[in-house]
Design a protein around this ligand. Structure first.
Ligand code: GUN
Length: 293
């Protein structure tokens, strides 16, 4: 098995971003600015936003986080978004999901300006992506494509099976990999919770993308010999042997599946680092547009 190393790939892409940013700031332009809105105190969300800040600084971006308490009203949040939509010093921002129950997530997403929607979650950006127009592509699917591209994985004519149909990962990655362009042109099957004979289908996959949100769901008998495996899952499980008291596992039982694969992403260190890098790339794209670069 060969490693689809997300950490290494993300370092290489971040170096390219940092170089470009240095060029702009040397000319006297301000650096790109990525902001995040974080509501409540969900542990995974805090980690994601902290990683976003760290990566932003690594490439020379300005980063800011707007924190709101868990009992913030939808109205307050919409006001904050409207403020960021109008702020010329901010090139892009994300509203970290999930949001507390009193807030309608789709209404919030719909209020983000499509021109600053670096998560690619607004209907306008999703529509543009599906039509093949210039768009902000959602970070995780974009990261998966970058990873396959970085390792020159042949995708053309391959059967790609995607497990999971979420708006954030499964649905957009199925769309992206089926498009008529370099690094795509796959025949895609999208499987979900109502799919019958799942293992029969996953065993046909040349490329298997797993984003089903269930720890170690994919086992060896579900995977073809020589497959390319992309595991999007991230789960914390208690582990007394670790200083932190937990370890991270994916949606795939790597201890038995990896040996069958030609390529596989580790968890952690696979898709995760690329997700943040995609967010940086989208922010840089917004910055270039705004400054006509
Ligand atoms: N929650 C889990 N993944 C994501 C993501 O990519 N963007 C946002 N905004 N929230 C998330």
């Amino acid at each position: 098995m060969n490693l689809l190393d997300g950490k290494q790939t993300s370092i290489a892409i971040k170096e390219r971003i940092a170089n470009e940013v240095r060029g702009y700031t040397a000319k006297g332009l301000r650096p790109p600015h990525l902001a995040a809105i974080l509501v409540g105190d969900d542990g995974a969300s805090q980690t994601y936003v902290a990683n976003k800040e760290k990566s932003s600084h690594e490439v020379g971006f300005t980063s800011s986080v707007y924190r709101y308490s868990a009992n913030t009203s939808e109205e307050e949040l919409l006001k904050a978004i409207s403020f960021l939509n109008e702020d010329d010093d901010i090139d892009g921002f994300i509203v970290q999901l999930p949001l507390p129950k009193q807030i309608n997530e789709q209404r919030v997403i719909n209020s983000i300006s499509p021109e600053k929607d670096v998560d690619g979650f607004t209907p306008i950006n999703i529509g543009r992506m599906v039509l093949g127009e210039d768009a902000f592509i959602p970070a995780t699917p974009m990261g998966i494509c970058s990873l396959l591209e970085h390792y020159n994985i042949e995708t053309e004519g391959k059967h790609c099976v995607v497990l999971g149909r979420s708006n954030i990962v499964g649905t957009p990655v199925a769309n992206l990999l089926s498009r008529n362009r370099k690094g795509a042109n796959c025949t895609v099957t999208l499987c979900h919770s109502r799919t019958k004979n799942l293992a029969e289908i996953t065993r046909q996959a040349d490329i298997l993308v797993v984003a089903i949100g269930k720890p170690e769901f994919v086992t060896a008998e579900m995977v073809k010999e020589g497959a390319v495996l992309v595991d999007v899952g991230i789960h914390r499980v208690p582990d007394e042997t670790k200083k932190s008291g937990y370890r991270i596992i994916g949606d795939v039982k790597h201890s038995e599946v990896d040996a069958k694969c030609e390529w596989a992403t580790p968890v952690p260190g696979g898709v995760g680092p690329l997700t943040i890098v995609s967010l940086l790339q989208n922010t840089l794209k917004s910055y270039r547009r705004r400054f006509g670069l």
